[in-house]
Design a protein around this ligand. Structure first.
Ligand code: FES
Length: 94
């Protein structure tokens, strides 16, 4: 799926913040979770499973499944429980 699925995709009601995901510059609305921001912009693979090499992405969006774990500042972090902030550097977990 392409395009930005967010209701405020036109940027009408919230301040935008910039962050990067695997070196790609993206934006999010202030207060948005990282998982929601990535999902809305079509970035569904957040990590690669260590055993089968398959793609994994946000599933529960509430901190239970651990499928959304990414690397932020070298630490494994749940994207669904992380608010995007300006300058956040996020890497896909491999
Ligand atoms: S989506 Fe399930 S823990 Fe983040």
């Amino acid at each position: 799926m392409e395009g930005d699925l967010r209701i405020d995709a036109a940027g009408a009601w919230k301040r935008k913040v910039g962050f990067s995901f695997d070196g790609e510059a993206l934006t999010a609305s202030e207060g948005e979770t990282l998982a929601a921001a990535l999902h809305a912009q079509g970035r569904r693979t957040l990590r690669i499973h260590r055993d089968d090499g398959g793609p994994r992405g946000a599933f529960c969006f509430m901190g239970v499944c651990q499928e959304c774990v990414v690397l932020i500042d070298g630490r494994q972090t749940e994207a669904c429980r992380t608010l995007v902030r300006e300058g956040l550097v996020v890497e896909r977990l491999r």
